[in-house]
Design a protein around this ligand. Structure first.
Ligand SMILES: Nc1ncnc2c1ncn2[C@@H]1O[C@H](COP(=O)(O)OP(=O)(O)OP(=O)(O)O)[C@@H](O)[C@H]1O
Length: 273
């Protein structure tokens, strides 16, 4: 026999949070605002970032792309005049809560920057830097980490016979893949990439783009890029930022082939930016 509660269950409309999600979420951003002093750089950002996919952040210069990606690992807090409101939840926890340790976040969320920034040390020492900080001293384990990370960054074959040489002797593209290997060595969950190919030649760019496709099998990747063709080639989701707001966020194919906002259309067709 049906009870009143059963009846209620039947007629109850699903609340938004109960509707089925098309992906598992790694970051959930809720009403996030950020100011540099009096100037607001990010306005009411709210969207979910999927796990094990590539999410591209695009938009014209100064729209807040770097600020946003640096908020995801709390690097932006290093700027003293920054103020923020709203939540950024990583794996369900608000990263700005007092008890959230920034070191814990950084072991889960690695970052690759625009300009390759290896340390002035050997290739080997660059890769083991993070694991050593985390207390790994065993040479055999460190050797394994080096091989696995360099293979993961598609650099092993090129450097396996010169691991003790200085990283500055590598080409720009190799240095960027070394920085990716350094990031992989801490076994992150998420990799943030801030314009990782803008300082690279076309062949090195292609290598990094291919690598991103491989890495998304294991990691969730969030990439800032100026290059719309790159976003279209390598990402699954794209967020279009303009003046600190997310104008549109959707599947990359959808955003580039059938944008829902006129401003997105104007941007992707080159009318501004
Ligand atoms: N350290 C800072 N102090 C004050 N204002 C800043 C700082 N960093 C960025 N801004 C401002 O915040 C806004 C967003 O900058 P941000 O670097 O995030 O944009 P972007 O989209 O990454 O630009 P670009 O594509 O040129 O790198 C800009 O108006 C910028 O001047």
């Amino acid at each position: 026999m049906k009870t009143i509660m059963d009846e209620k269950k039947v007629v109850k409309a699903p609340r938004p949070e109960e509707t089925k999600k098309e992906f598992n979420t790694v970051y959930s951003i809720e009403n996030f605002n950020l100011w540099y002093g009096k100037d607001q750089a990010l306005k009411d950002i709210k969207f979910d970032i999927p796990e094990k996919q590539v999410t591209a952040i695009i938009g014209p210069s100064g729209c807040g792309k770097s600020t946003f990606i640096k908020a995801l690992n709390r690097m932006v807090e290093m700027v003293p005049i920054v103020r923020m409101s709203g939540d950024i939840n990583y794996r369900g926890k608000n990263i700005f809560e007092n008890k959230y340790k920034v070191e814990d976040l950084r072991t889960k969320v690695g970052m690759v920057f625009q300009k390759p920034n290896p340390f002035p040390k050997s290739i080997y020492e660059n890769v083991v830097y993070g694991p050593k900080i985390h207390g790994i001293k065993n040479k055999k384990i460190l050797d394994e980490i080096v091989e696995k990370s360099l293979k993961g960054a598609a650099l092993w074959e090129e450097v396996k016979d010169r691991l003790n040489e200085n990283a500055y002797g590598l080409s720009g593209g190799q240095q960027q893949r070394l920085c990716i290997a350094r990031c992989l060595a801490i076994e992150p969950d998420v990799i943030l990439m801030d314009e990782p190919t803008s300082a690279l030649d076309p062949i090195s760019t292609l290598k990094v783009e291919e690598l991103v496709q491989e890495l998304k099998k294991e990691f969730s990747i969030i990439i800032v890029t100026h290059n719309m063709q790159q976003a279209a080639r390598i990402s699954d989701k794209t967020a279009f930022f303009l003046n600190g707001e997310v104008v549109e966020y959707s599947d990359t194919n959808q955003l580039f082939s059938n944008p829902s906002d006129k401003r997105t259309e104007d941007y992707i067709t080159g009318r501004f930016g």
